[in-house]
Design a protein around this ligand. Sequence first.
Ligand code: FRU
Length: 481
Amino acid sequence: MLEKEYWEVLHQKQAYLKQKIAQDPWRLVYHLMPETGWMNDPNGLCQFNGTIHFYHQYVPQEAAGGLAPHWGHKTSTNFVSFQEEPLFLSPNHAYDRDGVYSGSAFVEGNQIHFFYTGNVKHPGDHDYTYSGREQNTVHVVSDDGFTVIKQEVVIPHDAYPAGFTDHIRDPKVFKRGDVYYMILGARTVDNQGKILIYESDNLSEWRYRGIFFGVDDDFGYMWECPDYFQIDGQDVLLFSPQGILNQRDAFQNRYHSGYILGTVDWETLRFKHATPFRELDHGFDFYAPQTFSDEQERRILWGWMGLGDTMPEYSNPTVARGWQHAATLPRELKVRDQKLVQQPITELQRLRGVHQQRHIQSSVGEITYQTATTAYEMAITLDKSESKWQIALLEDTLLQYDGTTLTMTHGPSGYGRKHRRLKIDHLKHLHMYVDTSAIEVFLNHGAACITSRVYPTNRKPTVAMTGVNQALIDYWPLINE
Ligand code: FRU
């Protein structure tokens, strides 16, 4: 049980961080971010009686993270204005004392069932991979999303199957027919990522059914945050593998997140893949996404707009200002041509100020666009003959296309982030969401995305384009009241 002193220190530290944050012009205008301190993965996403619940990994008292995370909580009725709620879960028990780690929500009837990983590190000479760690699967029942009416360990660490390290975590629960299923990310003793599957009739007693998905080739040592769902009858498996080697135009980050399309054999409970693993985002700051189905049955994804363990490659200057990291925009998922496409959800249009449109007919040289604010949305529809162009925006960010590859380059405002590349043919549409210290670009109507944090000091809201001779430009300032 956390002592009174823990909470006193937490509140004192939070009050101190709030003062720093109040003066920070890098606070985001329309992306979700921690009120104070550190945020990582989105957790427990659901909509219940109209209210959208966004929970997240949260260390409110320390911007650098590293302490046992809680579940922070924000709610909304429209995906645009969010309210900060009290902490939902805290590392309060023997089975989660070193962190209420990631997990999911499952809505049934008039209750929400949450499942998370209770992380425990035993003192001693341990590496916390092969020994010394417990990752218990915990079930929480709530009838409103704010209060806990039941909390129980449903799979204690020592009940996991043999052959795995101490890393088994991030439960995601779903139902098919009368049976509940839970998938978990895992690392084997010979360092291969796998996804385990359990089944249950009552959400409390779980039977191990084997490996839902794994590959024989080398594809990372650990798979975090698995998610399974269907879109239009198509089975989709999402996960975040760690340990994949970097390539020039793909897998450029330290850790990655992506998906596979395929089919589930419901007899054997095995996922058979039909496509290769494809990354969901090609920028610097995207990891541990989670999806849920909202009350309109749209499949919505939120990602962590950040990444762990990146030091010393790049750093985040907001740590000195009392906070770190954020969430991506909510993105609606669809399947198009055997690929997932991600689009900013339509509710974000509520942020739009006065629309301006410019038709570029036959320009030579540079076209400059003065935007009215530092938070804006811009959609550029290029003529199909445009194959080489560049767009300079924010302080020193450059998007360059050479006909086959898009490169995003950051100057000093990237704080160590430099280049990210992705192969994309026939790039004709760029939909950019620029915030005070973030950029999310949706390419070819969501066929690919590139998301990064940047920290400009010079707030010159100019967009300068070269090589864009014929295009339609739609621009909206974004205002969050
Ligand atoms: C992913 C992750 C999860 C874990 C959580 C802890 O970023 O490492 O696997 O549950 O973060 O904060």
